[in-house]
Design a binder for this molecule. Structure first.
Ligand code: SIN
Length: 486
């Protein structure tokens, strides 16, 4: 097996103010491969003082970065995109070694992550303002959009590349410098991205990556008055804490938080398509995405057929180290995540659920769990309301459309939802009735650079990707031009 340290994009220092640096103390934290629990390297254990330095470096870089033309910023972003695509295989290998996902999914994520850079390199040129007729004849109202300032990005381990590019590409495109705090489990993907950003020619200080003590770095990013915008992807629990901390300096915030996606299969659905969609939505990244199907509602008439075909597909899944091309399901990120999955399954069984397949840790041991289907799951079970973040598919039977809409919406979350139907009237009714930021109709995957990703209710604030993705990094300035006919 390739050693991560042999890769040319392997960096074990932080990237601050255009330099590769260690923590002031020289301390490091260890990073382990979740597939075999072995240490793959270390990264600096930075804290408050290094975070302040990164924020100050970003602030120093801001005037020149925002003064560049949109075309100049776009060209650098485009170069970053090209470099990422040229190094796709190496980036994918680094990702699988530190995150565990099957290598083909890592390759997919590198392309997905890069697509945000490509998209926003183009959007950089389309930050339009407005002119508005003033009620007085000698006046005009002009609306400008200007970069908000230093942006802090706190990103998760489940998508170690794409969650960084989805936040940083729009920020950089419109003229904001960024300070990135990647998850402690997956820093090498972030540092590899920084190495390519350096090669692409971002001026020093415009893009900084800091690793280390999550609470100290997070606190500084959320409270330092220089930071004007904080963009976070992670749990609703941590999102709420960050929101409180950001309130002290009234920062702009984007929050991509937890989800609890309903996945509905109506009697009139194409069942083979629905099974393929459920496989994709549920088992992508070993069930560790915030848009994974969490409650699979199947209408009475097709319940048996759907379950039979779904079980058949799951039985074909191969679990193991993601570096092996044959494996379609990797390890969970850590023991803590595994324990939560185990608890959810045991609790559902206590409430009467039947294990149709899987249902326990995998014989490989360590962080591996068997892809699992539960049928006859009770609405009382924890799995019905709490995010599992693992490869477990709970199935519920339902009678009619109104009932399932009520069940689907009965959640504090509102991120992704999915349903399968061939009835055009129903498709419109249900799509409009679901209280979710994203609705997949006859698909189990809606994420793409062209579309607005984001949730409502406790799933978050703001949108990433699409033409709307730049809005959260811009301030609106209104200029009243007067005395024009004198
Ligand atoms: C996430 O799980 O945080 C993001 C998933 C996606 O972009 O599809």
């Amino acid at each position: 097996m390739m050693n991560i340290k042999d890769f040319k994009l392997f960096r074990d220092k932080n990237y601050i103010d255009g330099k590769w640096v260690t923590a002031d103390s020289g301390d490091t934290i260890s990073v382990n491969n979740p597939a075999n629990l072995k240490e793959i390297g270390t990264v600096p254990k930075c804290g408050t003082s290094e975070t302040k330095k990164a924020i100050e470096a970003a602030n120093k870089a801001w005037p020149d970065w925002k003064a560049k033309s949109a075309r100049q910023r776009s060209d650098i972003l485009r170069k970053w995109f090209d470099l990422i695509m040229n190094n796709k295989e190496e980036l994918a290998q680094i990702m699988t070694i530190e995150q565990g996902k099957p290598i083909n999914e890592s390759r997919g994520e590198i392309g997905y992550g890069a697509s945000f850079i490509e998209w926003f390199s183009e959007e950089a040129k389309r930050v339009y303002g407005d002119t508005i007729p003033d009620p007085m004849t000698d006046r005009r109202i002009v609306v400008l959009k200007q970069p908000v300032g230093v942006v802090a990005s706190i990103t998760p381990w489940n998508f170690p590349n794409a969650m960084i590019t989805r936040k940083c590409a729009p920020a950089l495109a419109v003229g904001c410098p960024v300070v990135i705090k990647p998850a402690s489990q997956t820093p090498f993907s972030a540092l590899a991205l920084a190495a390519l950003a350096e090669e692409a020619g971002f001026p020093k200080g415009t893009l900084n990556v800091i690793t280390g003590k999550a609470s100290e770095i997070g606190d500084e990013l959320a409270t330092n008055p220089i930071v004007r915008k904080l963009s976070f992807t992670g749990s609703t629990e941590i999102g709420k804490i960050l929101l409180q901390k950001c309130s002290g300096t009234v920062k702009k915030v984007s929050m991509e938080l937890g989800g609890h996606a309903p996945f509905i299969v109506f009697n009139d659905a194409n069942i083979n398509d629905a099974v393929a969609g459920a496989m994709q939505s549920k088992f992508r990244n070993t069930g560790q995405t915030c848009v994974c199907a969490n409650r699979i509602y199947v209408q009475e008439k097709v319940h048996e057929e759907f379950c039979k075909k779904f079980i058949e597909e799951v039985s074909k899944m191969k679990v193991g180290d993601g570096l092996n091309e044959e494996n379609s399901s990797g390890p969970m990120i850590d023991e803590h995540s595994l324990t939560k999955v185990e608890e959810h399954v045991e609790d559902a069984i206590q409430y009467g659920a039947k294990v149709a397949i899987g249902g326990s840790r995998h014989s490989l041991g360590m962080n591996f769990y068997q892809p699992t289907i539960l049928t006859g799951v009770s609405s009382e079970a924890k799995i019905t309301t709490e995010e599992t973040f693992g490869p477990v598919a709970p199935i519920y039977k339902f009678k009619d459309e109104n009932e399932v809409i009520e069940l689907a919406n009965n959640s504090p979350y509102g991120l992704a939802s999915y349903f399968y139907s061939r009835d055009i009237g129903r498709i419109w009714r249900v799509a409009e009735a679901l209280e979710y930021g994203m609705v997949g109709v006859n698909t189990g995957l809606t994420s793409k650079a062209e579309a607005p990703f984001g949730g409502i209710k406790e799933s978050g604030l703001g949108r990433e990707g699409s033409k709307y993705g730049v809005d959260d990094f811009l301030e609106i300035k209104y200029i009243n031009m007067c005395g024009l006919d004198k």
